[in-house]
Ligand binder design. Sequence first.
Ligand code: ATR
Length: 284
Amino acid sequence: MIDAKTKVLGLLAHPIGHSLSPLLQNTLATVCGENVAYLPFEVKNPEELGAAICGAHALGIAGFNVTVPYKEAVIPHLCGLSEEARLIGAVNTLVRTEEGYVGHNTDIAGMATMLARRNLRMEGAHILLLGAGGAARSAAVLAATGGAAELVILNRNTARAEALAKAVRDINPFLTVRTAALEHWRELPGNDYLCIQCTSVGMWPNTEETIVEDPRFFEKLSAAADIVYTPEETKFLRLARAAGKPVAGGLAMLISQGAHAFSLWTGKRCTAEQEEELLTLAKG
Ligand code: ATR
């Protein structure tokens, strides 16, 4: 029930499209008993982003999620950045302070939680990253800060893979980082890679596409995760599962990211069981 004490939160995006965040955050508020209303705010004109943030602060809006196309564009309008947001160079959550909004990035925490809940350990793991875009950067920073033994980045555009590798080496000079063109996966020496699929291949409506199809690729893996969450189980994950590998889907990660954002705003951390409930709801 909305009353004078309701904490207002929202999503900044354009387009807002079919974002799951309002459903997810309002359900989290109900589950955790928080007096919160989470609304979609579509900023159609990028030139009005600063005015939108200023106005929101003046109105006392407690926080936002930020998504495409504003994850980087919002940074000049903030009064500070968390360490994760600084390392990734993009924010997905704003938390209000008296001075302005502080930018956070819950992608790393969301990914770490999703992997841990499926017993997929980053510590000591040989990480095989597919992709070198924005989503891959979060996974690469997690590998750099989460104790991975090795990081291999495969991307169609090798210059982009090398640029990401350089950024990772700057964060953790002790981590072994290698790059290669995607089609060179056959030359990978190991057979126990924790593979994190971070390209957009396989995303709805192109659900029959997959970044790799050859069963010999999946033999090299110990487990596979996919950041794509539409569909909930991508063709890539279906192939990994068919090869007998444990899999982790992007929807669970999205929910964990959202739960981390919710805890930044409210101090309430939902349990693993509550996150599983949300996952079931989101699948429906
Ligand atoms: P995001 O922020 O979602 O990561 P992005 O920065 O555009 O989006 O990155 C998309 C990733 O998917 C990149 O790694 C891209 O590869 P390139 O850097 O070579 O462009 C990858 N990708 C997208 N479509 C692809 C395709 N058809 N085949 C191979 N890789 C693809």
